[in-house]
Ligand binder design. Structure first.
Ligand code: COI
Length: 364
């Protein structure tokens, strides 16, 4: 379907960063945002692009109390010829459907997300960063917005998209990679079977803050979660999926427990490793096996994968008060090759031999 959203231009343009080296992650937001409403009977309606500014919400709005919401994460990239592209958006659409279904949020028409992203980026395209290592982070989200304390799905929802020119989530904003320290959380858990671990919802992250605080206390940037039942098997990292290279096997947690977020970067990493003929396994891996591999030298690499994190190598795991070095503590060759290939495809500097990119079309 052809969507033609109304556009109200801002009268108060936002302050821009003096240099793209200062972008960091989600510190700056563009001038405009996309908004659309849902009402029972009427469905999704009134899609519009408006100035990105604070908006009113009733203190009794159900999302503020019961957190019926979802979000997605995507990025747009500027190519050397000046064109702008996004990465595997159909995967975001599919994941959004699964999250909406789990959260009883009314689903969007399949083509709406990309149409809204395309028209919003067109309005704010002079905010697209150019520096190596940067991208436009796209944050679509939906929340129940009904004045009600009943623990029931809302009758009114709001779908919004905001944009943030960003650098990398963990490391220096210079387009290079560096290693990160990660804290292994062995008391609190992120997700249990039957819960919302596979869905992209705020509650998964809100419940993780206590562990993030533990990580900071131990001089770590993020948390590696263990499974809820036995606190034994590695699951995912706070912001991303996790990969472990032991000898020549690259291992990541399987999706079948329903506790792992099905990352689009995760899937891309698996496909690339298979294409390169590497041994990649989606299987359970215990923290004890990782500790042993660190001690006997067979733990070659650990890296996080995600839209925000891209590929983020991990140099040290902190577990039960002890540091375990990963490989030689430096950026590993698999992580580096994955980063160069993925970010290269995303930014049009490496040929898209996987057919993953989606050029945005700004024709009138
Ligand atoms: C993303 O990578 O897009 C995410 O949503 C992770 C976020 C917690 C930073």
């Amino acid at each position: 379907m052809a969507y033609n959203f109304t556009v109200e231009r801002t009268k108060n343009p936002k302050k821009r960063p003096e240099s793209e080296t200062q972008l960091g992650f989600a510190k700056y937001f563009t001038d405009h945002m996309f908004v659309m409403d849902y009402d029972e009977g009427q469905g999704w309606h009134d899609g519009r692009i408006v100035p990105n500014e604070p908006f009113l919400i009733d203190p009794a709005s159900c999302v503020l109390h019961y957190a019926q919401m979802m979000f997605e994460g995507m990025k747009a990239y500027r190519c050397p010829d000046g064109s702008i592209q996004i990465f595997r958006p159909e995967m975001n659409v599919q994941r959004m459907k699964k999250t909406n279904e789990r959260m009883c949020i009314p689903d969007l028409p399949d083509d709406l997300l990309v149409a809204a992203v395309e028209q919003l980026i067109k309005v704010d395209k002079d905010w697209m960063p150019k520096l190596k290592g940067t991208a436009m982070y796209i944050r679509p989200f939906i929340f129940g917005d009904e004045v009600s304390f009943s623990v029931l799905p809302a009758k009114h929802y709001r779908f919004m998209i905001i944009l943030s020119p960003t650098g990398s989530y963990y490391s220096a904003n210079d387009g290079g990679l560096s290693t990160t320290r990660i804290y292994v959380e062995d008391e609190y858990v992120r997700a249990a079977p039957g819960g919302t671990g596979f869905a992209k919802v705020g509650g998964n992250y809100g419940g993780g803050m206590r562990a993030s605080k533990n990580a900071m206390k131990n001089d770590c940037k993020d948390v590696l979660w263990l499974d809820a039942a036995e606190h034994k098997y590695v699951e995912e990292i706070g912001t991303s999926n996790a990969f472990f290279k032991i000898n020549d096997e690259v291992i990541t947690a399987p999706l079948d427990s329903g506790t792992i977020l099905p990352g689009i970067t995760r899937d891309s990493v698996i496909q690339l490793l298979k294409k390169w003929g590497m041994k990649v396994s989606e299987r359970k891996l215990s923290i004890d096996d990782i500790v042993e591999a660190s001690e006997n030298g067979s733990l070659k690499e650990i890296f996080a994968s995600g839209t925000a994190a891209v590929i983020s190598p991990i140099g040290v795991l902190n577990y039960k008060g002890k540091d375990y070095t990963v490989g030689d503590g430096q950026v590993g060759e698999t992580a580096q090759k994955l980063y160069d290939t993925l970010y290269g495809i995303q930014t049009g500097t490496v040929e898209d031999f996987m057919g993953w990119t989606y050029p945005l079309n700004f024709d009138e």
